[in-house]
Write a protein of this length. Structure first.
Length: 182
């Protein structure tokens, strides 16, 4: 009887969604866990009803994932579609995309490195001006609370002299509750 309960318990645990943002950026594992609540301080976002997402994800630790890790990384994305309104699935251009790495000691960030992405205005087949970015976002689903998708590309504008680009290895996955819908 105890064995059966343990199997049910582990099966239930396997079904629970993994909240946060996970992937590999700049050759390093990026793991921004979320507590699964909309008021999370480490992974937060706003879903744009006309097709887009604002996302901030930082690598945290602690029981509620509310303290920065000693080797901290942060991603900030502001992405929107060129032709709203859109419902998932859709791809969006990130007009703001930044990635940062730092070593945290106490309340100070040391050895900070920052990358941004290029954004270029181009004309589409209708002649309208649209933005192209080196970082793109794909929203797979949104149920009114939880958003799920990926982002991909390269943070190709190092803000710290002497750095190379910071590519996303494949795609970075995200699944978290949004703070707001606009």
């Amino acid at each position: 009887m105890v064995v059966a309960l343990a199997l049910v318990s582990s099966a239930d645990a396997a079904k629970r969604p993994k909240y946060g943002v996970f992937g590999k950026i700049n050759g390093k594992k990026f793991k921004a866990k979320s507590n699964g609540e909309a008021d999370d301080v480490c992974v937060t976002g706003t879903y744009l009803a006309d097709g887009g997402l604002w996302l901030t994800a930082g690598e945290c630790r602690g029981k509620r994932f509310d303290k920065p890790r000693k080797k901290f990384a942060l991603v900030v994305l502001r992405c929107a579609t060129a032709d709203p309104p859109r419902t998932p699935p859709f791809e969006a251009t990130c007009s703001v995309a930044a990635y940062s790495e730092a070593r945290v000691k106490g309340d100070k960030a040391l050895d900070q490195k920052v990358w941004a992405s290029t954004v270029t205005p181009v004309r589409d087949n209708t002649g309208a001006l649209v933005l192209q970015s080196s970082v793109q976002l794909r929203v797979e689903s949104f149920d009114g609370t939880y958003v799920q998708g990926t982002f991909f590309g390269t943070f190709d504008l190092p803000q710290t002299p002497g750095l190379e680009t910071a590519p996303v290895d494949g795609e970075v996955q995200f699944f978290f509750p949004v703070k707001a819908v606009q």
